[in-house]
Ligand binder design. Structure first.
Ligand code: HEM
Ligand code: HEM
Length: 168
């Protein structure tokens, strides 16, 4: 089977998934491990955004169907890609936007987390609440991500969840 998700994209995916899971559910919030895990997540996202210029076709920024017309077209077609399963090899427009928001939220978490450590913002409650709101938004998007994987596997009768493992 043709590889769609190259190795760096897959490695980045699992690194990000592990960091996010650790920081949301495992590590003591705010402690030093939490902070470093958050920065590893940030580096992963930065790497992924650069990889979007060099990676295999499906991983490239230029292949992401982010244009409003693509999103509307996809929704009007009843959440189907015009070219069927063949076209549906990369991210669909809604999935692509979900990932963009996820990446932006990880950057926002790292920035707000860093700011919490500065003297100027020490103990500021609004900043802690903002950080928590970003983390809650990540939880919602991960849930949307899982629902998308289930829907995609039913629609195209394929093991979608295996795609970030096998790459195809
Ligand atoms: C906290 C956990 C997770 C996060 C934050 C996350 C995040 C992401 C992101 C950002 C992408 C885009 C990948 C890229 O273009 O570089 C992605 C794609 C994908 N993820 Fe996850 N993921 C998580 C867990 C999982 C799990 C547990 C599975 C499978 C069992 C999975 C399967 C996939 C698949 C198959 C895709 C590609 C789907 C598509 O073509 O749109 N993810 N995920
Ligand atoms: C993937 C990235 C991250 C996620 C998902 C995340 C998630 C969270 C969550 C869920 C909490 C608990 C919020 C609450 O209920 O009060 C928290 C707290 C905290 N996080 Fe993060 N975080 C991330 C990155 C970072 C980074 C990079 C730093 C610092 C460098 C940081 C510093 C803190 C601190 C200091 C607290 C404690 C805030 C308080 O005292 O209420 N976080 N984070």
């Amino acid at each position: 089977m043709k590889t769609i998700w190259d190795r760096p994209t897959r490695l980045g995916h699992w690194c990000l998934a592990i960091c996010v899971t650790l920081n949301l559910f495992v590590l003591e919030s705010g402690e030093v491990f939490h902070q470093w895990t958050g920065y590893v997540a940030l580096v992963t996202v930065l790497f992924r955004s650069v990889w979007g210029f060099f990676g295999a076709e499906a991983s490239r920024w230029s292949s992401q169907p982010l244009a409003p017309s693509q999103v509307l077209g996809y929704m009007k077609a009843g959440f189907r890609e015009p070219g069927g399963a063949e076209q549906a090899a990369g991210h669909n427009p809604l999935a692509a936007w979900t990932y963009v928001f996820l990446w932006l939220l990880v950057v926002a978490l790292a920035v707000s987390g860093f700011m919490m450590g500065l003297d100027a913002f020490w103990g500021e409650e609004w900043l802690q609440e903002l950080h928590e709101a970003f983390a809650n938004a990540v939880k919602v998007l991960v849930l949307v991500h899982f629902m998308g994987i289930v829907i995609d596997s039913i629609r195209y009768r394929r093991k979608t969840w295996m795609r970030m493992i096998r790459g195809s």
